[in-house]
Design a protein around this ligand. Sequence first.
Ligand SMILES: C[S@@+](CC[C@H](N)C(=O)[O-])C[C@H]1O[C@@H](n2cnc3c(N)ncnc32)[C@H](O)[C@@H]1O
Length: 205
Amino acid sequence: MVDQIEDKVSKAHFWDQKYRSGETSWDLNGPTPAISNWIDQFTSEKKICLLGAGNGYDAVEISKHGHQVYAVDFSEIAISNMKNYARIHKRSVHPILSDLFDLPEEYNECFDIVIEYTCFCAINPGRRKEYRDVVCRILKPGGILMALFFPINKPLSDDGTPFGVDLAQTISLFEEKFLLKSKQYSPLTIQPRVGNEVLTELQKV
Ligand SMILES: C[S@@+](CC[C@H](N)C(=O)[O-])C[C@H]1O[C@@H](n2cnc3c(N)ncnc32)[C@H](O)[C@@H]1O
């Protein structure tokens, strides 16, 4: 039987192939302005995890703000690119080569902040509750999930990736375990994504 796209995206091989062939239309080739700006508010050192961190531009940028940064991806190519990017920028990040759904227990209640950008829309939509539970598991009590949810205008019935994200439905899903602190369109969203992503802050309760 031929694998459905929902099954394919759950395998690292699918993403390695994308990186290998350069089919990386999501890739900004640099840090995400809305994320860098959001991080600016924290003056003391935080332990931060990025899920599905890709080539690591945001991870490296956040490390420049003086935080301890852990970046999870199950694509060996993404992790290798991330290490190179960090080396070029003379920064230290902790790359974690792992399926986010299988993160070891040593990361339980480990992080002050988890950052989500274009990973939630990349996983099998049938696993979104599991994703929420992973974020909850790895955050310290009172920890913050900063999620730039994208693409909020794409119909859920359309094929991924990215898979569409219904904002109201997604916030309801997280509100079972998190308190919504804020949601806003960021003025720093990149032009092609204006109106199609929302920056949300959710606190683990
Ligand atoms: C659309 S890309 C986004 C990468 C990065 N966030 C960015 O904005 O450039 C999705 C990334 O999530 C990773 N990914 C998807 N499912 C994953 C999983 N279950 N565990 C770990 N990484 C995953 C892929 O390998 C890929 O690097």
